[in-house]
Design a protein around this ligand. Structure first.
Ligand code: IMP
Ligand code: MG
Length: 172
């Protein structure tokens, strides 16, 4: 029987997301921003984040799937959806749910840099920085955790728990 231990409450998430949006709004003032949500985990975070932004923004999604249903990343990912918008010469912000080893985000950055955006930055709701295996630049990080597998608010374990309203540590 899986055990769910609360990590971030609803109001804590709201404050974190509003704080990130505030910084992003200042940094991209007067620029044309495209936010790219990494599916599927970021869909709830992205939808809340963009509604807090005080600047115009365009949205696109990149579908990414890690191989297997394991709780740690293999680093091997497959792309399940390409971008619809042409990002050449555009400012883009990659929006992730969680960065753990950093392997997925590194792979995504390499892919999108080939499409020659004007600038590329990264934003993640959760940063598991102590488990990083490859150095990857996270420009906007909402909340840092040391370890543990988190679910809820878009984050899944084997496709379950995405619908939970707040974030929990899943203990199996
Ligand atoms: P990384 O490649 O190890 O940085 O892992 C990144 C991806 O693995 C994230 O985008 C998530 O989809 C997934 N992931 C890593 N840690 C967690 C977690 O604690 N809960 C849910 N998904 C996770
Ligand atoms: Mg993900």
């Amino acid at each position: 029987m899986a055990d769910l231990v609360p990590v971030l409450k609803r109001n804590e998430i709201d404050n974190i997301v509003a704080g990130l949006a505030e910084k992003i709004s200042v940094d991209y003032q007067g620029k044309e921003l495209i936010c790219i949500g990494i599916l599927k985990g970021s869909f709830i975070f992205l939808s809340d984040l963009i509604r807090h932004l005080k600047i115009p923004v365009k949205i696109d999604f990149l579908g990414v799937s890690s191989y297997g249903l394991d709780s740690s990343s293999s680093g091997k990912i497959s792309y399940t959806k390409e971008l619809d918008i042409d990002i050449k010469n555009k400012h883009i912000l990659i929006v992730e749910d969680i960065v753990d080893s950093g392997l997925s985000l590194t792979n995504i950055l390499d892919l999108l840099k080939e499409q020659e955006p004007l600038s590329i930055k990264t934003c993640t709701l959760i940063d598991k920085s102590e488990r990083r295996e490859v150095e990857v630049n996270v420009d906007y990080a909402g909340h840092s955790v040391k370890e543990g597998f988190l679910v809820g608010y878009g984050l899944d374990y084997a496709e379950e728990y995405r619908n939970l309203d707040s974030i929990f540590h899943l203990k199996i």
